[in-house]
Design a protein around this ligand. Structure first.
Ligand SMILES: Cc1cc2nc3c(=O)[nH]c(=O)nc-3n(C[C@H](O)[C@H](O)[C@H](O)COP(=O)(O)O)c2cc1C
Length: 401
């Protein structure tokens, strides 16, 4: 497997954790845990990538509490699931692959019907995700809600480490709970948690400190951010450089600079073909279908895809932080990987590329010139709602022309 000609296949180190190469499966919510219970299907999904040779896989969207789930099929980091999660993590590790868990909280938007009361975020208003499902509103978090949230991250981190995860990835991006606090667009609070960037960083930094205290100084913590949110008034590249500096100074081990938000600007995250047809294929809610048909073209425009579409912006962060940097966004070949590592990045996360080519590292060890067959049609994005769980419909069945 090791190849001298391919630097992405050399070992790397993340706060004491040895990774056999530089390739990490990105968190991609799997939709393979019905009612939030992790079982064989989720294990088999991750085993594919583990057997294919990646160094570490990321279990997508592990909610730190029930109120942090977007929907009822998401995992919750809770004692009730200890044995299922232990078997999941162990089963992947048995394939020689490390396991990271993406710690998430949805904050102000949710369509999780098991939620008691309204979802809570930096401010009250419409629950944009649950609106079409009759969960119309969200509430503003009180100071004690904020303390509760920090504690939920701390308890989830302790739990995840004890279950056997090798690393944790805190989700600071894509418009979810912590991103809602970072964003001047969604955080209009008048207290110490809103207003200036220092105030908007207060909760995310408290969460990082709590997770660090829970897992100790020698356990890898990664953080995924959005370098920009897109809409006017949201997080801009200039802000994200400051956000990354603050996370670095607070002791994060690695930053993953992604882009966009899941609700307002997902095409900044993906580029390529509009995700609208894929979303419409699986959306069952009639009101949501109408909203998608009316507004989807404007919300999800096709954006030309080009390889390494986030590299130039991400390099600006690389220049200002000391921690490790994990590149994400349109990496598809050994040539891309070399370019990323030459730019000073330490690891590479892969999302769609691995959905199309689960055994990419193995292929590259034998065929260094191979380029992933992923076409960035983004049909996989719609499969987030598929009963089969996420997959690449083009190469693994169900593709629509
Ligand atoms: C089906 C699918 C599900 C995703 N789910 C998540 C998720 O749960 N958490 C997250 O941070 N990003 C998620 N993403 C975004 C990816 O992690 C990644 O940021 C994006 O696909 C760009 O990387 P790529 O060009 O390697 O695919 C998802 C992407 C896809 C295609």
């Amino acid at each position: 497997m090791q190849s001298i000609s391919n630097p992405a296949l050399t070992t790397g180190n993340l706060n004491g954790l040895t990774l056999k190469n530089r390739l990490i499966k990105a968190g991609t919510f799997e939709n393979l845990s019905p009612n939030g219970i992790p079982g064989t299907e989720l294990l088999n999904f991750h085993k594919k990538f583990a057997r294919g040779g990646i160094a570490m896989t990321t279990i997508g969207y592990c909610a730190v509490e029930n109120a942090g789930r977007l929907n009822a099929n998401m995992l919750t980091m809770h004692e009730d699931y200890r044995e299922d999660l232990r078997l999941l993590v162990q089963g992947i590790q048995d394939q020689g692959c490390k396991v990271s868990g993406q710690m998430g909280h949805c904050g102000a938007f949710s369509k999780n019907h098991t939620l008691k009361g309204r979802p809570k975020g930096p401010r009250g208003g419409l629950n944009i995700l649950g609106f079409a499902e009759g969960m119309w509103f969200c509430d503003a978090m009180t100071l004690s809600d904020i303390d509760h949230l920090v504690n939920a991250y701390s308890e989830a981190a302790t739990f995840m480490k004890s279950v056997g995860f090798d690393a944790l990835e805190i989700h600071f991006g894509h418009g979810y709970g912590l991103c809602q606090f970072l964003s001047p667009l969604t955080n209009k609070r008048k207290d110490n948690y809103g207003g200036s960037l220092a105030n908007r960083l207060r909760l995310p930094l408290r969460v990082l400190a709590a997770v660090r205290e829970a897992v100790g100084s020698d356990f890898p913590i990664l953080g995924k951010i959005s370098m920009s949110e897109g809409p006017r008034g949201g997080i801009r590249y200039e802000d994200s450089i400051k956000i990354c500096k603050a996370l670095d100074e607070a002791g994060i081990d690695a930053i993953i600079p992604s882009n966009g938000t899941s609700t307002m600007s997902p095409m900044l995250m993906f580029r390529g073909e509009s995700i609208l047809p894929a979303l419409l294929r699986y959306e069952k809610n009639r009101l949501m279908r109408i909203i998608l048909k009316l507004m989807g073209r404007a919300m999800f425009p096709t954006l030309p895809f080009y390889e390494l579409y986030l590299l130039e912006q991400a390099k600006r962060i690389r220049e200002v932080v000391k921690c490790k940097m994990v590149y994400i966004g349109g990496a598809a070949s050994a040539e891309n990987f070399t370019q990323i590592l030459d730019a000073g990045f330490d690891f590479i996360q892969l999302g769609r590329t691995l959905l199309a080519d689960p055994d990419l590292p193995q292929i590259l060890a034998e065929k260094p010139d191979y380029k992933s067959r992923c076409t960035h049609c983004n049909q996989c994005v719609g499969t987030i709602e598929s009963p089969q769980g996420i997959h690449c419909p083009v190469f693994f069945g169900g593709a629509q022309s």
